[in-house]
Design a protein around this ligand. Structure first.
Ligand code: ADP
Ligand code: MG
Length: 259
């Protein structure tokens, strides 16, 4: 009965560089269900970023199909795709990608421009989202006045702004120390337990272990799938009607080790 948010069918992607063809994804089929927290793992060059770019309509496959909320993305034009990117997908990148001359709140508000929301609605929503990610009181701080972990929280708030169908995150903990990584994972688990669907690309075993389902890529193919700690926790504590009944604790010790 779980609804499928993202689906790929026999996805292939090759890059052409100087008359050479570089295969990045090969015949890859997967499904992400609404409410899932999936970690995509694999060594450098295994195709993780390519897959995420295609899932997020930033790039097109060479072959195969991608469906988002049941819509085949191949049939859409540029402006339709950018509307989907804005309204249905929240991106979070390793490098945060915040605008340096805007404060935290303005960075979040910017994501809601040209969505038909009034200025006061955007302002209220940005404040609410910054509170959700634990940044109340820091609204008027610019990125350079925030720590790396705090900047990533702003980026997460921005990704949530238009209530997307899915959050796509590429190595979002890659620039963070052990403790901060742990805090960010705790936040993502909290958001997931509130219903946000998350697809996270990571080469970090500890981060992946805290997700619900892991998909391991090798040379552009799915090599294996596994269950993460969140799957066990959801099983032991089935979400209530509000979906918020599952304990949020994740094992901090392993993350702190690196600190
Ligand atoms: P990962 O994110 O797992 O490190 P990528 O998806 O970035 O892997 O890359 C998969 C393969 O595609 C690699 O062999 C990489 O060199 C190649 N590749 C990625 N992007 C490009 C590009 N823009 N042009 C040419 N080759 C690329
Ligand atoms: Mg990558």
């Amino acid at each position: 009965m779980s609804e499928v948010v993202l689906k790929t069918e026999n996805l292939s992607k090759s890059y052409s560089v100087k008359h050479k063809t570089i295969p990045a994804l090969k015949d890859l089929s997967l499904e992400i269900k609404r409410g899932e927290f999936v970690a995509i793992m694999g060594h450098s060059g295994s195709g993780k970023t390519t897959l995420l770019s295609i899932l997020g309509c930033l790039d097109k496959p060479t072959e195969g199909s991608v469906y988002l909320d049941g819509v085949n993305l191949a049939g859409l034009h540029g402006s339709q795709l950018s509307r989907i990117r804005r309204n249905k997908i929240g991106f979070v990148f390793q490098s945060f990608n915040l605008l340096p001359y805007l404060n935290a709140k303005e960075n979040v508000e910017l994501a809601m421009e040209s969505t038909g929301m009034s200025k006061s609605e955007r302002s209220a929503r940005a404040t609410e989202l910054l509170a959700l990610v634990g940044l109340s009181g820091r609204e008027d701080h610019r990125p350079q006045q925030l720590s790396a972990g705090e900047q990533q929280r702003v980026a997460i708030a921005r990704a949530l702004a238009n209530n997307p169908s899915v959050i796509l995150a590429d190595e979002l903990t890659g620039n963070l120390d052990g403790k901060t990584k742990y805090e960010i994972m705790k936040l993502l688990v909290k958001l997931n337990l509130q219903g946000t669907t998350i697809v996270l690309v990571t080469h970090d075993q500890k981060v992946a272990a805290e997700s619900e389902r892991t998909i391991r890529l090798a040379s552009g193919r799915i090599k294996s799938e596994g269950r993460g700690n969140l799957a066990k926790r959801k099983e032991n504590h089935p979400p209530n009607a509000k979906g918020t009944q599952v304990p949020e604790e994740i094992k901090a010790d392993e993350f702190y080790d690196e600190g």
